[in-house]
Ligand binder design. Sequence first.
Ligand code: AMP
Ligand code: MN
Ligand code: MN
Length: 332
Amino acid sequence: MSDPHAGGPVPGGDWDRAVGLVASAGEVALACHISPDADALGSMLAVGLALRARGVRVVASFGERRFRVPRLLRFLPGQDLLVEPGDYPPAPELMITFDVPIADRLGTLVANAGKARELIVLDHHASNTGFGTLNLVDPGAAATAVLAEELIGRLGLPVDKDIATCLYAGLVTDTGSFRHASTTPAAHLMAARLLAAGLDPERIARELWDRSPFGYLRLLGMVLERARLEPGTGPAGLVWTFVTRADRAACGLPYDEVEGMIDVIRRTDDADVAVILKEDDDGAWQVSTRSKGAVDVARVCAALGGGGHTRAAGFTSHLTVEQTMAGLRALL
Ligand code: AMP
Ligand code: MN
Ligand code: MN
């Protein structure tokens, strides 16, 4: 059912329909995007914990063949809600997706979503394709966690410390620690509500950003060493680098340890666009792009089969590093 979102907040009638669907469901199946970040997993676990506390049967997952929660997200409460995608209901009566802009990002669970009787899509990507039977999409929301909090509130469910921890992890991550333009009064008011529920902001920050094995320092050194600045590329320059499977193996690091490296690369004042190509365990390149505003990287990445936000987007490439960069340069 295609219903591209026109923009703006979610109409009250759509929230009422969502509340009705959840209230009448015997079991609710939750899913977030593959390679989950704190917003995807945190929003999903928050709603899962709230529903379970009310006695609703809940399962939650993401559709990866090598199902594994990234190390830095293992501190999130509610992981016992997770099931392997192979154990997920094949045709859920009610399925809810979190932070998923296009059905493809459900990975293997795209098949389950296709057979779901009702499919609620909770998301904040402007590029959301409206692949649900009910699409609660607000591109103005700082994070999917904002919509998850609203759903929990409209269901009349309390937000305890664990639920607040999950929501806060999504909010603080997607606002770039309250640095991005999405840092509105509403974002800070939400943070205040969550803090009042008793979460530990220092611990969450340390888990998300301030810990790594020693090998991370070596790997970061290698990745920074090979960074290239191309001042003439695009309207305001490009800085880029890459990290291979072999690099990670040499430093004893799993894939998720490289997720945050783009935040170091994008510091570069001399470039509007920052790019890092990260080789995953299957040999595909997961490409992260960031812009300071001169370039809409969501459009660039969409043209290359990916998506995201205007200032933070990504795509997957099965070409070589040079071929992938040539494709990107052409679009910039
Ligand atoms: P990342 O660079 O992985 O932090 O992702 C930044 C943004 O781009 C997020 O909003 C992602 O949802 C989106 N994104 C990253 N990789 C892909 C991909 N392969 N396909 C579609 N969207 C992606
Ligand atoms: Mn996400
Ligand atoms: Mn998000």
